[in-house]
Design a binder for this molecule. Structure first.
Ligand code: NAP
Length: 350
């Protein structure tokens, strides 16, 4: 039998185009899988990594976070998967720095505890939109204690329950998701709602339906000049006992201004952000930044993802926009990602 050959889209140094070339064939260590990738997704983080080399620990680098494909090799101690299984998974080059842990390759190593079987009815291109956003969403919602996102910046600790496969009663908790049409914002909406949380989303008017499809109970227009007052009024009217706070999936000076104005009117709460939060927050605001690689997501990967996908409770949203087939298409996809997307995830098929 011919030995498989690997290829990758390499970053030779910061701020240069990716170069497709041969790569060592990875092997699965204990607790790991090697996945033969059929689809990979692109994230804004990839553009930052390419431009600045941030998080790169070893040059040349292979990065990328989302894979979908077939299990090619199973490491010792792994019980849940076998060769040939269709899976989605979160590749963690971001923290390990190892090139074999980057998604932008034909074969990628992923931790088995950050993988789940993809039901046959779901295509690889659809499934690959889930992994990184899912882990980010669990990091937003379910940490019980603040950890360290980066030196001097704490992670948020909203302490909300994991999503449930059952229909759970409304918990009376209310969360604002700023950026309800983004990949991380929409996934956070889905998981929060599946834990009984009432989600109020902020999104573009053209994405109201999309946010509602993810489970948001109410959506407000990001461009409405009365945004702050409308959101506060909606929460007051609900009369629900537990306002949790805001997840800001956009995290710009503009959104921070709105966040702090809303929290000031509501008497404080959590402010969970995808980037470092504002430093000058009042004492009644618990601000933090997520770091989306965390063992907290392991039970969700293990017990929730596959049955929830099967039942349609977890939807592969935002839908993929396929930018091409082959590793050569990643560079063009990253250019598109930098230009910005609306309620979609850019995907390259292999
Ligand atoms: N810290 C971490 O661990 C971590 C993990 C994952 C992602 N991130 C960061 O999180 C951010 C989001 O990533 P993503 O992949 O979810 O992004 P994305 O899907 O590419 O975000 C695009 C969406 O954001 C919406 N949007 C843009 N500006 C907005 C605003 N002011 N108000 C409301 N919605 C707005 C757009 O809506 P329109 O259609 O209206 O334009 C669009 O639908 C990125 O900066 C990424 O680097 C951080």
């Amino acid at each position: 039998m011919a030995t498989a050959k690997n290829q990758a889209a390499w970053l030779m140094k910061a701020n240069t185009p990716l170069q497709v070339g041969d790569a060592p064939m990875p092997t699965a260590g204990p607790g790991e899988l090697v996945v033969k990738n059929a689809a990979i997704a692109l994230n804004p983080l990839d553009c930052h990594m390419q431009d600045s080399g941030v998080f790169v620990q070893q040059w040349p680098a292979i990065f990328g976070c989302d894979v979908a494909g077939e299990v090619y090799e199973v490491g010792s101690t792994v019980q849940r998967f076998k060769k040939g299984d269709r899976v989605i998974g979160h590749a963690i080059n971001l923290v390990s720095g190892r090139p074999q842990d980057g998604a932008f390759a034909q074969y990628t190593v992923i931790p088995a505890e950050k993988a789940a079987i993809l039901p046959d009815a779901i295509s690889f291109a659809d499934g690959v939109v889930v992994p990184f956003a899912l882990e980010a969403a669990v990091c937003v919602l379910s940490l019980q204690e603040p950890g360290v996102a980066m030196p001097g910046v704490a992670t948020p600790a909203l302490g909300l329950p994991y999503p449930s496969l059952q229909s759970v009663p409304a918990s009376g908790k209310v969360l604002i998701v700023y950026g309800g049409s983004s990949s991380v914002g929409s996934m956070t909406t889905q998981l929060a709602v599946a834990a009984g949380t009432h989600v109020i989303a902020i999104a573009g008017a053209h994405n109201f339906d999309f946010s509602k499809r993810c489970g948001a109970a109410q959506v407000f227009d990001r461009k409405d000049p009365s945004l702050v007052d409308m959101v506060v009024e909606a929460i007051d009217k609900l009369g629900l006992p537990h306002f949790v706070g805001i997840f800001d999936a956009i995290a710009t000076p503009e959104t921070y201004t709105h966040d702090l104005a809303i929290l000031a009117k509501l008497g404080g709460g959590h402010l969970a952000c995808v980037h470092p939060p504002p430093t000058d927050v009042p004492a009644n605001v618990q601000a933090g930044m997520i770091f989306a690689v965390n063992d907290i997501a392991a039970p969700v990967w293990k017990d929730y993802v596959t049955p929830a996908l099967q039942a349609g409770k977890l939807q592969c949203l935002p839908p993929p926009h396929i930018v091409g087939k082959g590793l050569e298409c990643i560079q063009g996809g990253l250019k598109k990602s930098k230009a910005g997307v609306s309620a979609t995830k850019l995907v390259v098929e292999l």
